[in-house]
Structures are given as structure tokens and as C-alpha cells.
Design a protein around this ligand. Sequence first.
Ligand SMILES: Cc1cc2nc3c(=O)[nH]c(=O)nc-3n(C[C@H](O)[C@H](O)[C@H](O)COP(=O)(O)OP(=O)(O)OC[C@H]3O[C@@H](n4cnc5c(N)ncnc54)[C@H](O)[C@@H]3O)c2cc1C
Length: 495
Amino acid sequence: MPAAQKSVIVIGAGLGGLSAAISLAQEGYSVTIHEKNDKIGGKLNVLKEQGYTFDLGPSILTLPAIFERLFERSGKKMSDYFTIRSLRPHWRNFFQDGKVVDLDPDPAVMAAEARKVGEDPANVERFLKYSADLYDLVSEGYFEQGLDTSKEFGNFYGPWKFPKFDLFRTMHGGVARFLKTRHMRDIFDYFIKYVGSSAYRAPAFMNCMSTIQFRYDLWYVEGGLYNIALGLKRLIEELGITVHLNSEIKEIRKEGETVTGIVTADGAFHAADILVSNVEVIPAYEKLLGEDKSFMKSLDRYEPACSGLVLDLGLDIQYPQLAHHNFFFSEHQKEHFKTVFQKHQLPQDPTIYLVAASKTDPTVAPAGCDCLKILPHIPYIDDKHPLTREDYLVFKDRIIDKLERMGLTDLRKHIVYEHVWTPLDIRERYNSNKGSIYGVVSDRFKNLAFKAPKQSTKYPNLFFVGGSVNPGGGMPMVILCGQNVCKKIVAWDRK
Ligand SMILES: Cc1cc2nc3c(=O)[nH]c(=O)nc-3n(C[C@H](O)[C@H](O)[C@H](O)COP(=O)(O)OP(=O)(O)OC[C@H]3O[C@@H](n4cnc5c(N)ncnc54)[C@H](O)[C@@H]3O)c2cc1C
């Protein structure tokens, strides 16, 4: 049957689902999206209150060229839909010994920053060359070809390229090979934040992430990152894709090895030739398909990435020392990683990410005020011993204490608006696996950083898109995943 006559239902309007829907519509499929929430974007979300605009989800845009492809394939330009600009510095890093280091892609600026903590700038250059080689390697196959299985890897890379992945080191091992100071090691280890994992457990090739920022820059979307979702909404309308909001899917129907359609919360059945689930692999198999325990056990290696405490604060002042993006480091970052990713406990002294978009975008806060989004990474929900909202609120106070100690004097007194999301809220809102914010964890020992395959191993006409399948979480990766799942569907369909 030609593609034009085939129907696809996409379950979920996160960025992965939207990218798959757009790409499939561009290939001539008839596409419908069902989204449980009242707006599209999934974790790319926004909160506007009392003159403050907060990015509730992502706040850093990288690899915008991957987003551009969605527009180009319809003969359009992304810049007609939303405006992006690069940021300097990329991040500001605050340490408890009072040292402050900026990350900047300009080699001369970066060299001066490295010298501030006694790091030889040549070490940073050597590390970035190592990172660039890893990026080129990972990108040519894993990213661009959408590789999923070990067979696909073997065929693409062949035996000669495998050693180049630096497979016998962890990400931290790769960092420590080149960088000698504790400050620089902590900073480059923390690039693992892009996928919510531990630098001491992730494989060394995850060091490719520094190149994503140093070669391709770090971007902001004017007015806030939710404007990406609004731009995609326009493109979706232009492509004639039907979107049903407030439409939660309760069941995926199957007959033998074929999925036949979905059942919405009102009990209605909607048939489709092909289903694409933007619901993560584990909740989809467990809750929508009702798979048995032995099958679910086979998915154990796809452990969730971390969750987060999302704290949005509207202030009545500005803190001049802040940049747009800031990190407040743990005194013992190895301990921080171990507590979150191995002990699964709330850390005593976490590394904290803090965004102050008001530093470069006056539209997101009243004049003279900062709006802060604060995001410490914390463990995903342990269903056997779940924490309560009160437990998380005690942790929130520890975060504010730490920020006050590290220079945001009297922060508490200057809060005029506060909003807190715990892992419980994140799971409730997006149905993410145990409240994960980046899909599946990247762990050398559990899964070598590979996520689930995009095509179901049980039902050939069921596909997955988003942070729980390859290449994993983060906005550009799930957009790429949507484009690659489309290629997979087209190739399978034409067989
Ligand atoms: C606080 C936070 C900060 C982040 N920061 C960054 C950052 O700075 N940069 C970056 O690149 N990435 C960041 N990320 C990660 C990034 O947001 C995600 O990796 C990406 O947006 C996930 O997209 P997705 O398509 O995989 O899934 P989601 O966005 O989770 O989309 C899944 C969709 O499916 C819907 N759904 C679930 N179940 C059902 C059902 N039964 N029926 C119908 N619909 C359903 C959900 O409501 C949701 O809309 C951040 C995430 C969070 C939460």
C-alpha cells in the first residue's frame, strides 16, 4: 500500500512525537497525534506567573541544525518560526572555594579561564580534540544512521573503529586523562547532566557532548524555549496533522504480533496501520500493552535516568554575579554522583544547575528582577520506598541554604513567587518512567549507554520515539530520533 494511504497514530506530543509526526507527514503518511495534556511539547513546557516566564523543562538548546531539518523538508526556514541566539559565556561555574570559571567556546577566553584554576590551557585543547574525535565517530553512525542493534553497529563501524570509542574508560576516566585540576574535571564531568547520568558510570564516549557545545554552540530561544513548541505547532498545522489534546491513551490493542490501534480514556477505539509511542518503552509495555513479568524483566537494563527537583523562583531583585546559565558545584562531586545514581538518595551537597534567563532576556521577568529555574539532579522514584512531597521540600530548603552560602545572599527573603515540581509531579504530568527527566540512564555497566530499539521487538508495526530509545534524551536527540524512526518506518514499510 502506498504511504499516502497508511495511517499512523503517534501517542504523545513531546518533541520526539512531534518530530516523528512531522517527518512521517512529510513522507505522505496520514498522521494523528493523541496527547494526554492540554498542550503540546511534553517536557518542553512553560509557566507564566506574575510577570515571570519560566522554562519548566529544557532551558539549553544545542544542535539547532537538527531542528532546522524539520522545516527544510517542508521548504521552510526555522527562523520564520522562532528566533535563536548563542550565549556567552556558555555557563558560569561556582565552586565552594570561591573560584568562578566561565565556559566559553573562544579558545583565548577559555585559556584564560583555565589558568584561573591552574589548569594548563593545552590540556583543555587536548581534551576538546579528544571530544571532537569521539563526536565525529558517534555522530556518523549512532546519531545519523539511527543505529539500534549490535548487528547494525557491527555492520556500520566494523572491527577497526570500535577501539576508537575508548570503551575501557568511564566518562570521568576520559576527562581525568587530559584535565589535571579538580575544577576542570568537575566541570567537564558535568556535561553528563545533558543525559541525567553519572560521569563515573557513563562510558567515555559520552565525552562527545563537550563538542556539541564547543563546536556547535549553545543557544537560547527568544522569549523562552517553549517558542520551539509553538513553532512546531505552526508547522504541524501547515502539514495538516490532526492533534487531539486532553486525549490520554489507556490501551494499545494487539492481535497476535500486530498492534491494531489505541483506546482513549473515553473508551473509544481508534485503528491505525502503524503506531508510534512517544510514551517511554517501559510504561508503554507495562501499562498500555500489559506485557507479562518475564518480558518486563528483559527491559531492566533500561533503567531510568535521574529525575530532578524543578524550583522556579521569581525574585524582587537581580543577582549581578549570575550569568544566564550557572552551576554551583558540590564539594565532592564523586559523592554527589554516587548518592544519586547508586545509593538512590537525596544528596547532602548536590551540584546545582541554575538558569537566570532574565540576565539576557528582559521579557521573562519584571524590570530589575531575576527569574530563576533551579534544577538539582536527584534519584528517580523508588516505588518500594517513595519519598513524600514533604521530604522533597526539606531538600528544597537545603538547596536554598547552599545557594545563600555560595553568594546568593538573602535569596529566601527576595522570593516573591515560588513553584516547585518534585519527581512525583514530573511522573504524573508526563507519565515518564519513575519520574525520569531524560529517559534511560547512560551506564557503561548496565547498557553501555544504549537505549531501547526504535522498532518494537514484539510487534513490528509498533515503533518508539523519545528519550527511552536510541540515541536517548535531550531535545536535539529526541528530534533526531523522530527523524530516524520515520526512516525506519519507511524502510520497513517498503520491504
Ligand atoms: C526539568 C528539565 C530540564 C531539562 N533540560 C534540558 C535542557 O536544558 N536541554 C535539553 O536538550 N534537554 C533538557 N531536558 C530533557 C528534554 O526535555 C527531554 O529529553 C525531551 O524533551 C523529551 O522528549 P520526549 O519526546 O522523549 O518525551 P516527553 O517530552 O516526555 O513527551 C512524552 C509525551 O507523551 C505524553 N503521554 C504520556 N503518556 C501518554 C498517554 N498514555 N496518552 C497520551 N499521551 C501521553 C506526555 O504527556 C508527553 O507530552 C530537560 C528535561 C526536564 C524535565
